[in-house]
Design a protein around this ligand. Sequence first.
Ligand SMILES: [Fe+2]
Ligand SMILES: [Fe+2]
Length: 261
Amino acid sequence: MHIDRRAFLATLGSAAVVEAMSSEARADALEHYLIAQLDKAPAAKTSDVRSGTGALFGGPSPSGVRVPLAALAPMPDQPTLVDFLRLRGTPGIGNHILQSAGDALKKGEPDETVLACLLHDFVLNLMKPDHGWWGAQMMEPYVSEKVSWAIRHHQALRFYADSSVGYEYPELYVRIFGKDYAPAPYIKSTYEYARKHKWYMDARMITVHDLYAFEPGVKVSIEPFLDIIGRHFRQPKEGLGFDGSPVAHMWRTLNYPNNPL
Ligand SMILES: [Fe+2]
Ligand SMILES: [Fe+2]
């Protein structure tokens, strides 16, 4: 996908504002900017909502694009992962994760990598800061330890090149943000830990397929992933949000995003 550097930087504000942003915030801004290009929503001023607000709640991308808040379809009494993907995902994020999983499937990745790609950014509908950690936690009771580990660590790995798999995202960051680009210390130490881990490549491949998942106009159906979800996502019979798991509230919050308390 072509990135208009000037247009992107303009979405962030003045040079002083960009200068004051941490590297992590800038990188997140870029990811959200790219996802926003997949949304067909009109631009809107969003100064009344913090940037970290999840997309389902009207949270803006840094480009100022917000998905208009339309009425939500009712959820089934025992909602499944697929119900959440279909009924509580916003279009830009949904498109992005389906495209990344589609790329993984097309390239013959193992089931768990395809699943990790499919789930890696879903949590952006709920919460944006530290989305790797939030996203992993949300999925943890229902997927293998390896899949949640990969989701958690993709956030840090995307800042660091790995030529063995052709991952050059950091080069893109250098082009956009300049040579002084440096991830926050907690991201760096997480990367250093993950780099030596036996599941490093599982997280790394999320970042690789991420590169092919910002194509406007490309729609990927969820159908090809239903078997993989069935085999590798432990759908609770009570429904997500109602199974008493430590993360049930996260699913309920997406189910009932208008509850006042
Ligand atoms: Fe991500
Ligand atoms: Fe992503």
